[in-house]
Design a protein around this ligand. Structure first.
Ligand SMILES: Nc1ncnc2c1ncn2[C@@H]1O[C@H](COP(=O)(O)OP(=O)(O)OP(=O)(O)O)[C@@H](O)[C@H]1O
Length: 254
């Protein structure tokens, strides 16, 4: 589903900075993959390149076979809108709209008929446990409910790839667990393909696989084989070997 082929990114400036160097990895359809690494290792740069927001200096990013950086501006905007779903740390919901209006926003851009919009929003809200708050405004709901609303918006158009950037970064531990279980359920039950950048080893332990990057290059990769607790321990072990200051990774949650 996602192929990152020999991707490098150099930020030009007074002093050029190589943020990614020759990165290669793939994400199969239906996989839930975490990306971890110390501060400054290139996670955001990678996410921006995969999400087509930024261009690599060299290399290719293929999403379902489409070489995204060869698309023109208009094709790219359409591709992003139709094929990708985004979940951000700060939710990025529109405060003046209700939960329902936020969720259907991507469909209104695509001129999907109202009856179809209503049907889809109801199905997704049921799935995510937010059917009871559809008519509330975002300032009337909790952080966890905001993030589940954002997830609903990210998946309502059935994207090929869901990209999540620290989706639990602004949540208390209970809401974080809730949101991670929601993402895991979407992955397992609906076959959603996801890439999630996170500092949090607890969050990453919900993934099938975690890719660690250091200094813009692939450092290690871990597959989850046993239970989540064992995977969490393995992730912690890699983090302690990767370096960077320990407070760059959020404190342990149980
Ligand atoms: N627009 C830019 N211009 C120049 N250098 C940049 C730019 N954006 C990022 N960098 C540099 O590239 C490197 C990678 O940054 P990036 O934001 O991708 O790291 P990160 O792993 O997401 O870090 P964090 O976990 O702290 O968010 C850093 O050294 C950063 O200073």
């Amino acid at each position: 589903m996602l192929e990152v082929r020999n991707v490098s990114k150099v930020y030009e400036g007074k002093v050029a900075y190589q943020a990614l160097s020759g990165l290669n990895f793939t994400i199969q359809k239906g996989e839930f993959v975490g990306v971890m690494g110390p501060s400054g290792s290139g996670k955001t740069t990678l996410l921006n390149v995969v999400s087509t927001i930024d261009k690599p200096s060299s290399g290719e990013v293929l999403i379902d076979g489409v070489d995204t950086h060869r698309l023109n501006k208009r094709q790219l905007a359409l591709f992003r809108r139709q094929e990708l779903g985004f979940v951000f740390q700060d939710f990025n919901l529109l405060q003046t709209l209700t939960v329902k209006e936020n969720i259907i926003f991507p469909l209104t851009l695509e001129n999907v008929p109202i009856a179809e919009q209503d049907k889809r929003v109801q199905q997704i809200a049921d799935k995510l446990g937010i059917a009871g708050i559809l008519n509330k405004r975002t300032y009337e709901i909790s952080g966890g409910q905001c993030q589940r609303t954002a997830i609903a918006r990210a998946i309502i158009h059935d994207p090929k790839l869901i990209l999540a950037d620290e989706p639990t970064g602004n949540l208390d531990s209970k809401s974080a667990k809730d949101v991670l279980e929601t993402l895991q359920r979407l992955n397992r039950d609906e076959g959603a393909t996801m890439m999630m950048v996170s500092h949090d080893p607890q969050a990453a332990s919900y993934c099938d696989r975690v890719i660690f990057i250091k200094d813009g290059a692939l450092y290690r990769e871990l597959h989850r084989s046993d239970g989540r607790e064992a995977f969490f321990q393995n992730i912690m072990n890699v983090l302690s070997s990767i370096g960077g200051s320990s407070d760059e990774f959020s404190s342990v949650r149980v």
